[in-house]
Design a protein around this ligand. Structure first.
Ligand SMILES: [Zn+2]
Length: 96
């Protein structure tokens, strides 16, 4: 095989993988499925120092209870999606 051609092909594949990666991140951000009782971690920490929240309400707003100080907050879903870092534990995982 001609060396420069194979390099071009490799670059092409790398680009495709990079695209797929970016796309999956975008899709993951759009289709966050959240359920009552899920334990989530947010990017911004609560003034009390807590990072983990339990989902107590799911709708246009997401109700969360801080797992450190038990305070309850309501976040619009869009804000919640942006702040969500990770779902620590799924509530229904064991039952399903
Ligand atoms: Zn707190």
């Amino acid at each position: 095989m001609i060396p420069y051609l194979s390099r071009a092909v490799n670059t092409h594949f790398l680009r495709m993988f990079a695209c797929a990666g970016a796309l999956s991140i975008i899709l993951a951000a759009m289709y966050i499925e959240i359920n009552l009782g899920d334990l989530v971690r947010l990017r911004k920490k609560h003034p009390c120092g807590g990072f983990e929240w339990k989902v107590v309400r799911v709708g246009a707003d997401i109700g969360l209870v801080c797992q450190t100080c038990n305070r309850r907050v309501l976040l619009p879903r869009g804000t919640f999606n942006k702040r969500l870092k990770k779902i620590v534990k799924r509530a229904a995982e064991d039952e399903a």
